[in-house]
Structure formats: structure tokens, C-alpha cells
Design a protein around this ligand. Structure first.
Ligand SMILES: Nc1ncnc2c1ncn2[C@@H]1O[C@H](COP(=O)(O)OP(=O)(O)OP(=O)(O)O)[C@@H](O)[C@H]1O
Ligand SMILES: O=C(CO)[C@H](O)[C@H](O)COP(=O)(O)O
Length: 691
């Protein structure tokens, strides 16, 4: 019991499943183990050889006895050998070797449960019911006696490791699973796509491939030198089942439907552009399930899909939960009507022949029903995987963030900070200044200011934003603040995240409607003047007096056109200097800031406030305004960028998958703003799922 966590060892459902298993493995002797697996293993122990497959065949063994590679041999030998040796003095070596084999199955069965529990720690109770008490495992492993639980448990170990970003271990375990049973190779391309598509994980591809390649070459390819291995493992009649379902074509040619379905599954996964861990599990699971549904699958094949069905079962809604249960309950009688079971030597009962209780027609109807339930399950798993794939939602439908505010309020600074979060390659930034109607010095600027919507081509800005959101390219231009001229036309492409920053971003209704996150920056006037002066004089070469005069001249338009946009925002950031009186003395030094935030119609403010206080150590006052619709937070205090990152990881559990680069967190107020925008995005994505 030392290997079993104490919580599990006290779980009555686990103990029930364990007791049942113990009973079954003590009293049942599955026919296929007695005919095939045990003779092969005992022959190997009796006449050890470096090439047990050829040696077994040379001694007249049945080629169907052990269609498995060296990993399976290594897995089963220890306990089988102990049983065999213990039984020798009493002439019970075959019986006890068989018991050793079944104890090995139990060990891997427990390992499968433990891996799943580690992968889904928050669903442990449900897992014990869904996995440990499933009739499918009882039937396939303990009554029919298949060995597939071994490669399946190892493969799940590989999934667990990749989820933990342990690439080498994942490659090693997957290679072991494949060397145990070649069919596990079907999972390999999904691992490859997952690692390739996620830029953040791409560096893991090399260690994964190296570990996989090394172990697979040693344990999967080297044995191919043995003619016996080739006969027993490669030419097993099981492989032919993959080509069993075929559509006749002309001149005797056929289209093999299982390989076709497999290729389409790979293509579908590839087309999603980015796959998160949950989708990786769904797509691999649907592929294994498809194999079961489209072939005259051996009972062991059901086990390949089984852990994925369990993962779906514990994360789906009630209907999904019962559907997996129904599939298992329906599949078992179907298998029992077509495959052999166990003998009960202690009671003198021989292995029963396959019962012919139902007519062929009735069995076909049953099979059809099992396939129907399986198909519904496959579709639901596919849909569920896609719905929970943050990246899918981002890449299919870009996420649009709009930032508005007066000149010098900090719009482009925030936009750049958001680019640092998502990575430049994932962001298309559209700057409102590129839509001014005239270049600097044009006579029209004497009549209107830049803050007047009519001085900006807002319909074109809106069209360009909508085009990129719909996946089309648009032509834009940049306003160069050094020269006061426009750049030559530039291409604006669609991307995962679209950031639109400008004076009027929250003004045109058609644009407003398509923005997922609407931000208004209302920087304190004194601070804005300070920042604007510092930037316009130093970076844009303006005269200080002219900047001051321009701000005064623009004030009425600011009140008329800029500030009212605040009403359209989900997030309002009001930034001010902690000591406004000290601004002049700061020159180029950073300004200590405080932040007032208004968060409208969102569910996360309380969680956020707790994390900001507990993890980031800020001073925070929170209040609810507008009859509880708006959360107001006043935040002060220095914050390390690392702490913002820590709070983000805490607040957004799937952060790793949402951001495919290592995010560049800022310190202090800008970092807090990044975190709040991220929370807003997270909530927006969750709402998208719920729709
Ligand atoms: N959160 C912040 N923390 C520190 N400095 C900031 C912050 N926001 C803005 N600034 C300072 O203010 C200056 C103006 O900011 P920024 O260029 O982002 O404003 P803007 O709203 O995009 O202005 P405009 O509309 O005139 O282009 C920046 O050069 C930067 O020095
Ligand atoms: O309001 C502004 C930006 O939002 C600027 O004042 C406007 O773009 C004109 O820039 P410049 O003074 O460099 O010609």
C-alpha cells in the first residue's frame, strides 16, 4: 500500500474495486492467457534467449502467443518468474506464472489510475468511480485477460509528463508504450502537433524527439532484426483489422477508411492552429475511439480509448458522464458475446465457449447501438475539446482589445505592454493616429483639433478593424510623429489578438460592438501634461510652449469627444502621480503612480483584489458602485513584475496555454493594468465558451 496515496487507500470505492480485482485475479484464468501469453512467458523463462520470439517459434509455439515487444516482456517477466519459480516444486508453475502475469496487470491498472489522479487532482473522487469501477476494465483485463492496460498506462504517463512540460520523460514514456504495443504510435503525431503549434513549447520538441527516437530505435526497431519478432509482432493478424473497412474503387482498388479517418483527424488537429492540453487529449481520444468504432476491434482496443473517455467523463456535463457510462455498459455484453472469457479452475469450471445466446441479427443490432452511442460520444468529445481550447477560440476569432483616451494618457504604452503579454507575433496593433485626415501643418488643423472625430477617418478605421477581425487583410498607414507625415500604405493582417489604440476607439458604434475588451485611460491632467511634455519635447521635437498651448486649445474637444467614451468602457484606468507636487523634479525618472480602476459587469474583481493584496502586497481599497455593477479599486504601492506573474498564474490556471510566449510582465501600475486586462480577457473567453 506504500505506493498508494493514503487518501486513495482509505477510499471505500477504491477498496471495493481493489477487492473485486483481487478476487477476480485469484479465481479467474482467462482463456487467452492460458493459451497464449503464459506459454510464451514460461517458455522464455525455461529456455532464456536473447531472441525469445524466434526461440518460441522454433520450439513449435503458436505465432499468435505474444504479439508484443520487449517492453511487455520486461514488464511481465518479474512477477511471472516469481510465480513460476514458486510453483515449480508443486507442479503449479503454469498456474502461479499466470497469477504473476495477472498481478502485473493489476499493478499497471493501479498505475493508470494514479497517473490520471495526478493529471486531474481536483477530480480524484470522480476518477475513482469513472476509471476504477468501470465495467470495461474489469471485462477486458480480468475476464477476457488482455494485456493492453500496460501500454495504455505507460502512454498516459507520457501525456502526464508532456502536460508537466517534461519533454524528455514524455518522449521516453511514449517510446516505451510504442515499443510495448505498436498501436500506441497513433498518439505520436498528436504529441508532435501539440509541441509544434505552441511556440512556447516548441523548444521541447527536440528533447522529446531525441528521447523518443533513442528509445524507439533501441526497443522498437532493434528487435526487428529477429525473424521471430517480425512474424509474431509485425505480422499479427490484428494489423489487418485496420484495413478491414474499405470502399471499393475501380479495378479492384479500395479506399481504406480507417487510415483515411486517421489522416482527417490529424488534419483537423493541425488546422486548429493551436492545441491546448485538453484538446490534445480529446483529439487523441477521438482517434482511438474512431478506431474502435470503425474496426472489428479486439476488446483490448477499447482500452486504448478508455482513459480518454474517462477524461471526458470527469470534465463533461452530466449527459457526457452518463454517455460514457452507457457506452461501457453496452460494450461489455457485446464483447462478451463475441470473445472468450475465463475458466474458474478452483470451482472446476472450464473456459466457457463464446455464448450464442443471441442471433446474428440481434448481435448486429446491439453492435449498431454501441457504435451509435460511440459516435455521439466521439462528436461530443471533439466539440468539448474544441470549446475548451483557448487558443482555438483566439485563433478562429481574434480577440479585439480597444484602448481609448486623451493624447498622452498612455494608450500606446499599455498597447505595448499587452504586446509583451501575448508576444508580438500574436498581436496586430492598429494605431488611431494613422487615421488623422491631414498631415502636420495642414491648414485644416487651424479649424479643428485632432480630438474632433471629424478630423479622423473613423469609418476607415472601423472598416479596417472589422476586416482584420473577419480574417481579411486591410490597408492602413502609420502617422510618423517625427516627421508629421503618413507612412506608405501598410498591410494589416488578422491575428490572434487585435489591439486598437487611439483617441476615438470607443466612439464608432460598429467598432465598439466588435471589441471584446474596452479600455478607457483617464490619466490625471497634471500627470498627462507631464508625460506629454516629456514625450513630445524629447521624442517628437515639439516646443514646450506649443505643447502647453495645444493642450489648452484641445480642452473643449477633450470634454466633448474623448471623456464621454468612458461610459462605453469595461475597464477605466485612472492613473495619477502619488506626489503630484514632485513631478517637476522627477525629470526623466519614473513617476511613482497610484491607480483607480473601474471594472464593469465582471465577476473576477474580488478574486483579483485578494491576489493583489496577498501576492503583490499592494494597498487596495475596493468598493461597489452603480448598484453593484461596477467594482472600484484604489491601488497603491510598489509591485515586482515577478509578483504580477505569480498572481496571474494563480488567477488564470490555463495561463500557459492562453499565452504562447513567456509573458513580459511590467512592475508597478503598468503591471497591475496588464493583470487586470488579462483577467478581463479570461472572463471574456469563459463567456465565449458558455455561449
Ligand atoms: N503606465 C505608464 N507608466 C509609465 N509611464 C507612462 C505610462 N503611460 C504613459 N507613460 C508615459 O507617457 C508618455 C505618453 O504615453 P503614450 O505615448 O503611451 O500615450 P498615448 O495615449 O498613446 O499618446 P498619443 O495619443 O498622444 O499618442 C509615454 O512616453 C510614457 O513615457
Ligand atoms: O493627439 C495626438 C495623438 O493621439 C497627437 O497630438 C496627434 O497625433 C498629432 O501628432 P503630432 O503633434 O506629433 O503631429
Amino acid at each position: 500500500m506504500a505506493l498508494i496515496p493514503s487518501g486513495l487507500a482509505r477510499d471505500p470505492w477504491f477498496l471495493l474495486g481493489l477487492g473485486l480485482r483481487g478476487l477476480l485475479l485469484a479465481v479467474l484464468v482467462p482463456g487467452i492467457q492460458e493459451t497464449w501469453f503464459v506459454p510464451f512467458l514460461t517458455e522464455t523463462m525455461g529456455a532464456p534467449s536473447l531472441d525469445p520470439w524466434s526461440s518460441f517459434l522454433a520450439h513449435g509455439g503458436d505465432a499468435l502467443s505474444f504479439p508484443y515487444g520487449p517492453v511487455m516482456l520486461a514488464a511481465f517477466l518479474p512477477l511471472t518468474l516469481i510465480g513460476w519459480l514458486a510453483g515449480l516444486p508443486f507442479g503449479a508453475e503454469m498456474a502461479l506464472a499466470g497469477l504473476g502475469l495477472r498481478l502485473t496487470l493489476l499493478a499497471f491498472d493501479v498505475a493508470g489510475l494514479l497517473v490520471l489522479r495526478r493529471m486531474f487532482p481536483e477530480r480524484r473522487a470522480l476518477l475513482t468511480l469513472a476509471y476504477w469501477l468501470s465495467p470495461l476494465v474489469f471485462y477486458v483485463t480480468y475476464w477476457h485477460g488482455q494485456l493492453d492496460i500496460v501500454p495504455v498506462a505507460i502512454m498516459m504517463g507520457a501525456f502526464h509528463q508532456i502536460g508537466k512540460r517534461r519533454f524528455r520523460q514524455a518522449g521516453l514514456l511514449l517510446a516505451l508504450a510504442c515499443a510495448a504495443k505498436f498501436s500506441m504510435l497513433l498518439a505520436l503525431p498528436f504529441f508532435g502537433i501539440y509541441l509544434w503549434q505552441n511556440k512556447r513549447l516548441r523548444s521541447g520538441l527536440k528533447p522529446f524527439a531525441k528521447a523518443f527516437g533513442g528509445v524507439a530505435a533501441l526497443l522498437g526497431l532493434l528487435p526487428l532484426l529477429s525473424p521471430g519478432y517480425r512474424d509474431m509482432v509485425l505480422e499479427t493478424p490484428e494489423t489487418a483489422k485496420l484495413y478491414w473497412l474499405a470502399l471499393p474503387q475501380s479495378e479492384g482498388l479500395v479506399i481504406y477508411l480507417v487510415p483515411l479517418a486517421f489522416s482527417l483527424m490529424l488534419y483537423a488537429t493541425w488546422r486548429l492552429r493551436r492545441t491546448n492540453f485538453s484538446l490534445l487529449l480529446s483529439m487523441t481520444g477521438v482517434t482511438f475511439l474512431t478506431l474502435v468504432l470503425m474496426t472489428p476491434a479486439s476488446p483490448g482496443w477499447y482500452l486504448w480509448a478508455f482513459p480518454f473517455l474517462v477524461v471526458y467523463q470527469i470534465s463533461a456535463d452530466r449527459a457526457g458522464y452518463w454517455l460514457v457510462g452507457l457506452f461501457s455498459v453496452m460494450a461489455v455484453p457485446l464483447l462478451a458475446l463475441t470473445t472468450v472469457g475465463s475458466s474458474l479452475p478452483l470451482l472446476g469450471i472450464a473456459t466457457p465457449v463464446v455464448p450464442e445466446i443471441l442471433s446474428l441479427h440481434a448481435r448486429s443490432v446491439w453492435l449498431t447501438m454501441v457504435i451509435a452511442v460511440g459516435c455521439v460520444l466521439g462528436i461530443r468529445m471533439f466539440r468539448n475539446g474544441i470549446q475548451h481550447n483557448d487558443y482555438f477560440r483566439l485563433s478562429r476569432k481574434p480577440l479585439a482589445i480597444g484602448i481609448a483616451g486623451d493624447s498622452g494618457a498612455g494608450k500606446d504604452t499599455l498597447a505595448a505592454a499587452l504586446e509583451g503579454l501575448f508576444g508580438r507575433h500574436s498581436v496586430q496593433h492598429i494605431l488611431g493616429d494613422g487615421y488623422h485626415k491631414w498631415a502636420r501643418g495642414a491648414p485644416m488643423w487651424r479649424a479643428v483639433t485632432h480630438l474632433n472625430p471629424r478630423a479622423n477617418d473613423l469609418p476607415r478605421l472601423t472598416e479596417n478593424v472589422l476586416a482584420t477581425l473577419d480574417g481579411r487583410e486591410a490597408v492602413g498607414q502609420i502617422y510618423d510623429h517625427h516627421t508629421g507625415r503618413f507612412s506608405p500604405p501598410i498591410t494589416l493582417s488578422s491575428n490572434d489578438v487585435l489591439v486598437v489604440s487611439g483617441l476615438h476607439t470607443l466612439l464608432p458604434p460598429a467598432l465598439l460592438e466588435r471589441l471584446n475588451v474596452r479600455i478607457f485611460l483617464e490619466t490625471d491632467e497634471e500627470l498627462r501634461l507631464f508625460w506629454k511634455m516629456r514625450r513630445d519635447v524629447a521624442k517628437r521635437g515639439h516646443d514646450p510652449a506649443a505643447v502647453r498651448a495645444q493642450m489648452a486649445r484641445r480642452q473643449p474637444d477633450s470634454d466633448a469627444y474623448i471623456r464621454p467614451q468612458m461610459a462605453n468602457a469595461d475597464l477605466v484606468f485612472q492613473v495619477a502621480a502619488v506626489n503630484p507636487g514632485h513631478l517637476a523634479g522627477l525629470k526623466d525618472h519614473p513617476v511613482p503612480l497610484k491607480l483607480r480602476v473601474l471594472i464593469r459587469d465582471s465577476l473576477y474583481p474580488e478574486r483579483l483584489a485578494k491576489a493583489l493584496i496577498a501576492i503583490c502586497g499592494v494597498q487596495l481599497d475596493m468598493d461597489m458602485l452603480d448598484e453593484g455593477r461596477t467594482a472600484e479599486m484604489i491601488i497603491e504601492g510598489d509591485v515586482w513584475a515577478e509578483d504580477i506573474g505569480l498572481a496571474a498564474a494563480n488567477l488564470v490556471p490555463n495561463l500557459d496555454e492562453l499565452l504562447d510566449v513567456t509573458p513580459l510582465w511590467h512592475s508597478n501600475v503598468l503591471g497591475v493594468m496588464q493583470l487586470i486586462v488579462l483577467m478581463q480577457i479570461d472572463e471574456n473567453l469563459r463567456r465565449r465558451i458558455a455561449k
